[in-house]
Ligand binder design. Structure first.
Ligand code: M6R
Length: 616
């Protein structure tokens, strides 16, 4: 939620900041702004409602010179998306400009106090309160900017990644973090700031990830960035080398990131399994299961915490872990878990699943479980993000940056890691038959090839099917067993990017309510592969057809019966039942994508959403 970028060095800041904002636009895209300190005109702030492209238009013909600047792309929390509420915000003295990602929870109290002291406010945002507070402390007590920032941050409750510049000191940016991500890039005589590393990697691969309560003092005349905490104690940070390349964060010939990421799945799952699944040795090796064998194999219970798509992956994880490891599993929405009073002890293992590794609710759930003594295992994609740093161990899914707001390859990556984890723990516990284990290792290893085959065979067909169903205002998605969470995921994808109302249900639940919705207008997507519950699914299809519903079925390739019954069908390559989600999800991602495209929607930046939900 909100992307922040900063630059200080020898080059012109504007092009670097604009490019950086474009790379971070997935984090928020309702308004954008930039602040530069230019030689001729001093502090210049340009901001507008809309996207980064609108900001560029807005800044055309204006003074955009200067080698220091900060910029922001917003996902509104406090105050409508207007140019007044867009960041950067400038203090009343006109000296300080700030950008901020997060929420200042006690902003109303602070605002009242500052108003009483005569400070005038111009926006409805919590961020303006922060810059006014810092400037009030600075002027009142005649303090330097760093000290003023530190004192102000002591008074603030909430989350922030922020950067501030002072028009009278064009050599310095001060940045700070609490609960929202912030990365400093270290170049040769120049420094960069970003909400993640994507705006930085074009210029340097040396980065420092800030921890909570860290403040970075970035001075163009110094070789290194100084880090202190809010108590003014010096912090030593290791400079990390990141392994990202530009092609990973660009569209590579695809019209949208979402389509690129759907098509990347065969390769991304190979990356996810690389060095972990060894089909020659019939083995799955996860270093976390070797290093923390005792904690994992003796777990009394697993509790999976996650949100959205990651929560759907968790539902599949529950079935895998219970089936193979014989350990009970609970799957909780992180947002509910963090405010419940869960009974947890040190024999529980909490598995936190998050693509971004920054989701505020999931992070808070991790902190709560940690306090209660649970062992914490993270399944994340974004390297160096907050959740992996807060967990004792875990597995990165290694599917590469996911930029489309609708999660696709991260979901199949999460399910793949959960499968590998279940197999590794089950083998260590002796709860899985060795022949079944070997079959699963082979089955998993074959998935990328099957995904490739599926993408080739179904892409065009789904494009055609989607044209038929753009009329629909509602969709029902049904599945059973391992495919029930796939139905939930298919429905979420459709509503997120096409704004069509969609519900996912376990197929057998249909007759307990949703069947009332079925008429000749209602498309029902049903995952009806030939597995243990095939006959039951056949009956569900008959029930839908009897009420004139329109069935789009995902079927096993040799299943003529369902093909004959369905209005439309997509064939899935054969695989083991528990691996079906890794295939069945793909046509549902494509269906959502093409329906949204047919309806003219912006699939990579759907309305009201942001990729990384760093606020509650
Ligand atoms: O980064 P996370 O996996 O923690 O994100 C969780 C959800 O916000 C995310 O999955 C969201 O539901 C996606 N937009 C789904 O496509």
């Amino acid at each position: 939620m909100c992307g922040i970028v900063g630059y200080i060095g020898k080059r012109q800041a504007y092009p670097i900041l604009i490019k950086g904002l474009k790379r971070l636009e997935y984090r928020g895209y309702d308004s954008a702004g930039i602040a530069l300190i230019t030689e001729q005109s001093g502090l210049q702030v340009y901001k507008t409602k809309g996207k980064v492209a609108d900001l560029e238009k807005h800044a055309e013909g204006k003074d955009i010179s200067g080698t220091i600047g900060i910029a922001h792309t917003r996902w509104a929390t406090h105050g409508e998306p207007t140019s007044t509420n867009a960041h950067p915000h400038v203090s009343s003295t006109g000296r300080l400009a700030i950008i901020h990602n997060g929420i200042i929870e006690n902003y109303a109290v602070l605002k009242d106090q500052l108003k009483e002291k005569g400070i005038e406010f111009h926006s409805d945002t919590d961020t303006e309160v922060l810059v006014q507070l810092i400037d009030y402390i600075r002027t009142k007590k005649e303090l330097d900017l760093l000290t003023s920032v530190r004192i102000a941050l002591h008074q603030v409750i909430g989350a922030y990644a922020m950067a501030i510049i002072d028009k009278d000191n064009p050599d310095q940016i001060i940045a700070a973090r609490q609960s929202s991500p912030l990365v400093v890039g270290i170049g040769d005589g120049e420094f960069f700031l970003g909400s993640d590393a994507s705006p930085i990697i074009e210029y340097t691969n040396k980065v420092v990830y800030l921890d909570d309560q860290d403040i970075a003092v970035i001075d163009r005349n110094k070789e290194n960035v100084e880090f202190v905490n809010i108590h003014n104690e010096t912090i030593e940070h290791e400079i990390k080398k990141i392994n990202l390349n530009l092609s990973q964060i660009e569209k590579g010939g695809y019209p949208h990131f979402m389509l690129k990421e759907i098509f990347e799945q065969p390769e991304s799952l190979k990356d996810c399994m690389r060095g972990r699944v060894n089909v020659d040795l019939n083995n799955v090796v996860l270093s976390a299961v070797i290093d923390y064998r005792k904690e994992l194999i003796n777990a009394r219970r697993f509790i999976i915490v996650a949100c959205g798509t990651s929560w759907h992956a968790g539902l599949i994880g529950k079935q895998l872990l219970e089936n193979f490891c014989q350990i009970p599993v609970e799957v909780e929405y992180a947002s509910e878990f963090r405010y419940s009073n869960p009974v947890i002890n040190n024999q529980d293992v909490v598995i936190a699943i998050s693509q971004s590794g920054e989701t505020a609710d999931t992070l808070a759930a991790v902190e709560l479980a940690k306090k209660k003594g649970a062992f914490i295992f993270g399944i994340c994609n974004a390297i160096g993000s907050s959740i992996p740093r807060a967990t004792q161990t875990g597995c990165y899914i290694h599917v590469g940056p996911e930029i489309g707001v609708a999660s696709t390859k991260a979901f199949t990556g999460q399910v793949t890691v959960l499968t590998m984890l279940s197999l590794a723990i089950a083998k260590a516990r002796g709860t899985i038959d060795i022949r079944e284990y070997e079959e699963l290792v082979k089955g998993l290893n074959d998935i990328p090839e099957k995904q490739k085959e599926l993408l080739n065979s179904c892409n065009e067909k789904i494009h055609e099917i989607s044209k038929i169903f753009t009329y629909a205002r509602n969709f029902l998605y049904l599945g059973r067993g391992y495919n029930y969470p796939v139905a939930l995921e298919g429905a979420l994808k459709l509503k997120e990017i096409s704004y069509i109302h969609a519900e996912g249900y376990p197929a057998a639940e249909m007759k307990h309510g949703p069947i009332a919705l079925i008429d000749e207008e209602m498309p029902v997507v049903i995952i009806a592969t030939k597995n243990a519950l095939y006959d039951k699914l056949m009956s569900n299809i008959q029930e839908i057809k009897a009420r004139k519903g329109r069935v789009i079925a995902l079927v096993s390739e040799d299943d003529e019966k369902v093909k004959a019954l369905a209005d439309e069908y997509i064939e899935l390559p054969k695989t083991l039942e528990c691996l079906e989600p890794l295939l069945a999800t793909i046509p549902l991602q494509l269906l959502a994508y093409y329906i949204a495209i047919c309806k003219g929607k912006n699939v990579d930046q759907p309305r009201n959403l942001a990729k990384s939900v760093t606020v509650e």
